[in-house]
Design a protein. Structure first.
Length: 142
């Protein structure tokens, strides 16, 4: 699908829900090469008021460019590929975008999601919130 020509970092919505402070600490300290495991993710759609109406919102489907969509699962080991993938997001919204992939079979996947330092997992194109991280642990520091 690719990024819309109308995409603007100013329009990226910040999470307005509480995220445990230990999760925010881990996310803010992640560095390229760190390996981590997410132990608890909570789907964002149940928090979204429009989703609770009769017609759910349309979700964007991140492009995979011929690769498999990256699996998003609890208890799967991941590695940080870039700890500030979109510097403009940090400059404008004050959160960093963290690019990551599973530690195994990386060549099969396109990094279709980003973790952000506000405690969210977002799709990579419009940076819409997919999940809220409730528990994350670094298993190997680089």
């Amino acid at each position: 699908m690719g990024r819309s020509p109308y995409f603007k970092y100013e329009k990226v919505q910040l999470l307005d829900k509480n995220v445990p402070s230990n999760v925010l600490d881990v996310l803010s300290n992640l560095k390229t090469g760190d390996k981590f495991i997410i132990k608890n993710m909570e789907g964002f759609m149940k928090w979204c008021p429009i989703y609770q109406q009769d017609i759910p919102p349309l979700n964007r489907s991140p492009s995979t460019y011929g690769y498999e969509e990256m699996p998003l699962r609890e208890n799967l080991y991941y590695i940080v590929l870039n700890d500030n993938d979109e510097p403009y997001l940090e400059n404008i919204k004050g959160i960093r975008s963290i690019k990551f992939l599973p530690t195994k079979n990386q060549e099969l996947y396109h990094s279709t999601y980003r973790m952000c330092t506000d405690g969210t997992i977002r799709e990579c194109e419009a940076l819409g919130i997919i999940n809220i991280i409730r528990n994350i642990t670094i298993v190997v520091n680089n």
